[in-house]
Design a protein around this ligand. Sequence first.
Ligand code: DX5
Ligand code: ZN
Length: 217
Amino acid sequence: MIKLAPSILAADLAHLADEVEDIRRAGADYVHFDVMDGVFVPNLSMGLPVLKSLRKCTDMFLDVHLMIEKPLRYVEHFCDAGADLVNVHVEADSVENIRLALETIRAKGKKCGITLKPGTPAEAAAPFLKLVDLILVMTVEPGFGGQSFMMGMLEKLRSLRGMLEGVNPACELEVDGGITPQTAPLAVGAGANVLVAGSAVFGKADRAKAIRDIRNS
Ligand code: DX5
Ligand code: ZN
């Protein structure tokens, strides 16, 4: 079963509670929450206070994507603020500190994941394969919504699916960036089972149709 995770980066943030309720009714599975620090990526977005407020008004699964340097400093706070899954970039710190971050998230009773930027090879996930519930493959350079899907990432998805076989077959494989009804089937065909979509869901007036169009593509 393919899961849809609309990214609220593309939502009307002045009406976030309504926007999230709209995608819940439209059949979304996760809410994708993008956190940017202006250092790891050249942009800023939202953080802890917004997550805390959102947690109070929805019981949807909150998938938090941390695009921040040295995430170990903050993972515990994001768990306490209401994340269901916290995802850290492997490029954001040493292998040892990323492992510590994942262990910290798990000790808080939450799910954990790692993310790979487009330039990062599948092998960078190797030290973490047994520790994670989800691996996120960026299919655009992180930092901005509305970019085009990078076809070159399909090979990385296939490699990761292969690496997980036998080691952690239940691990979810998520893609983020440029997902549309055209690119979704390519990502799914390469092994992805969770699709993040910002513009292709929140950019459309009819979110139920937008989600259906991606799911049935
Ligand atoms: C980009 C973010 C994405 C973004 C995707 O750095 O991680 O989640 O919102 O936006 P679209 O789906 O418009 O490419
Ligand atoms: Zn994201």
